[in-house]
Design a binder for this molecule. Structure first.
Ligand SMILES: *[C@@H]1O[C@H](CO)[C@@H](O)[C@H](O)[C@H]1NC(C)=O
Ligand SMILES: *[C@@H]1O[C@H](CO)[C@@H](O)[C@H](O)[C@H]1NC(C)=O
Ligand SMILES: *[C@@H]1O[C@H](CO)[C@@H](O)[C@H](O)[C@H]1NC(C)=O
Length: 290
């Protein structure tokens, strides 16, 4: 018997990011590192030839989604007196994320570090770089995430996976966690060694994107990684649950939380034993490469 205890309106989904969660929507950018490293201008030419241009980052959310990836971005200036502009369209930058307020006068090209901070550097230095691509198509290569980051041509990788099998919440959790090991020398099921988990939805855009993908599900409801454990709601990935009204759910049954297909964007809570489709996501981990 299905049990629904509470409906949490979309409004309660705060665009608040705590912890190191990258967005779920796949980014349309390509990341080049290893043997591809180039000075800024050569990177710009490369991006313009094979993609659209060097990457533009216009908001904190976009910047957040690139956490862990470092390299040249499209920001530059002609000289220390000029404004900071984006390579694509030569637009003057409105959003910036400088590591410090003062930029050296002879450093006119911008590098994004792993911590989402930007730094002006000497344009002749060779670095990894990020291209924006208007038309990037999904290139599925049989590489692990780590291999792809180390030396990839097009790093476009789906973070969110809809599993169209019907499983209980617990079975779904085990399925996600056994998909890929972080350290391949140990089983994915070893402590903290799972690359994937039942999905955590942090930002509004995560939620929107998940809802788009949910249209392909074969069940009306889909598990997410939210669960009532030891008297509180938690995401199994360890992130804090920001939806306050969800606490009102009766605690006597441990309920998973799911998305409902074809509804007006609502979270609901359901009996963990029912068998439905579920979302796994690749947990964000720091990348390697320069
Ligand atoms: C990837 O692996 C699958 C099976 O594991 C295979 O069918 C497919 O051809 C491989 N793709 C590439 C690009 O090697
Ligand atoms: C999410 O979708 C809603 C409704 O379609 C829209 O109003 C909102 O701007 C979207 N949010 C983001 C971050 O894309
Ligand atoms: C999962 O359950 C739904 C009904 O809830 C059903 O339509 C669908 O075919 C099932 N999928 C599988 C793979 O068993």
């Amino acid at each position: 018997m299905r049990k629904i205890c509470i409906v949490v309106p979309l409004l309660l989904l705060l665009p608040l990011v705590c912890g190191q969660v990258a967005g779920l929507r796949p980014a349309n950018y390509a990341f080049y590192t290893g043997r591809h490293m180039r000075p800024w201008q050569a990177a710009q030419s490369f991006c313009r030839e094979y993609h659209t241009d060097l990457l533009t980052i216009k908001s904190e959310e976009e910047n957040q989604n690139l956490a862990g990836t470092k390299g040249w971005i499209g920001l530059y200036r002609q000289n220390s007196a000029g404004p900071w502009k984006w390579s694509r369209g030569d637009e003057i930058a409105t959003f910036t994320s400088w590591v410090s307020n003062e930029q050296d006068s002879n450093k006119n090209c911008v590098f994004k570090n792993k911590n989402k901070e930007w730094e002006a550097m000497n344009c002749n230095e060779k670095h990894s770089f990020l291209c924006y691509d208007e038309t990037l198509v999904l290139v599925k290569e049989n590489k692990t995430w780590e291999e792809a980051l180390n030396d990839c041509t097009v790093c476009y990788d789906e973070t969110l996976i809809l599993v169209k099998e019907n499983k209980t919440w617990e079975e779904a959790l085990n399925h996600c966690r056994s998909l890929e090991a972080v350290d391949p020398s140990k089983p994915a099921t070893a402590y903290q060694n799972h690359r994937y988990d039942l999905v955590t939805l942090v930002t509004q855009d995560d939620y929107n994107y998940t809802l788009e993908k949910a249209k392909e599900a074969t069940s009306d409801q889909i598990w997410t990684g939210m669960r009532y454990l030891a008297g509180q709601w938690v995401w199994v990935g360890g992130e804090r649950v920001e939806y306050t009204s969800i606490q009102r759910c009766p605690a006597e049954t441990s309920c998973g939380v799911l998305l409902v297909k074809n509804s007006n964007a609502l979270f609901q809570i359901s009996d963990c034993e029912q068998r439905i489709n579920f979302f796994c996501y690749r947990k964000f981990t720091t990348s390697s490469g320069n």
